[in-house]
Design a protein around this ligand. Structure first.
Ligand code: CU
Length: 165
């Protein structure tokens, strides 16, 4: 009996450690991908981006993905990127909080809508202040338990198991 309790406790512990680390992967523009004529500010509406999430840009190689400064984003200035890629499938890990700016490096494309600003929140914040927390089918936000909650849950579970056995 004691052995099965320990096994159960270990299983719960593993679950509680794994679940919060599941990060959301966002496909930019969803089925439209990364292209001209899409309003990416509409696409970001209602989405809460957190540190650890990532963006996937899918596009024909006639486009590029460049992370740029906020001023280059505003003015659609190409040729001065922080990072650039033209592989056709670019995954960008959102590693830091703050707003990240992406444009297409092909002249004229940024002006035609290929500009994306993503506001990234630190992973520890659970209550987004401005974004409405409507249920979004595209994001698995229900999985993003904070590590602290997981930690407490784990120890409560262990305590209960200890009492029962
Ligand atoms: Cu382009």
């Amino acid at each position: 009996m004691a052995r099965s309790s320990v096994g159960m406790a270990c299983l719960l512990l593993v679950l509680c450690l794994v679940v919060p680390s599941l990060a959301t992967v966002y496909t930019v523009g969803d089925t439209s991908g990364w292209t001209t004529g899409v309003d990416y500010s509409t696409w970001t509406n209602g989405k809460t981006f957190k540190v650890g999430d990532s963006l996937v840009f899918n596009y024909p190689t006639t486009h590029t993905v460049e992370e740029v400064s906020s001023s280059d984003y505003s003015t659609c200035t190409v040729g001065n990127p922080v990072t650039t890629d033209n592989s056709g499938a670019t995954t960008v890990a959102l590693k830091t909080a703050g707003t990240h700016y992406f444009i297409c490096g092909v002249i004229g494309h940024c002006g035609n809508g290929m500009k994306l600003a993503v506001k990234v929140e630190s992973g520890s914040s659970t209550a987004p202040s401005t974004t409405t927390t409507t249920t979004n089918p595209n994001s698995s936000s229900s999985w993003s338990l904070s590590p602290f909650v997981a930690f407490i849950t784990t120890w409560v579970a262990l305590f209960v198991i200890a009492i029962i056995s």
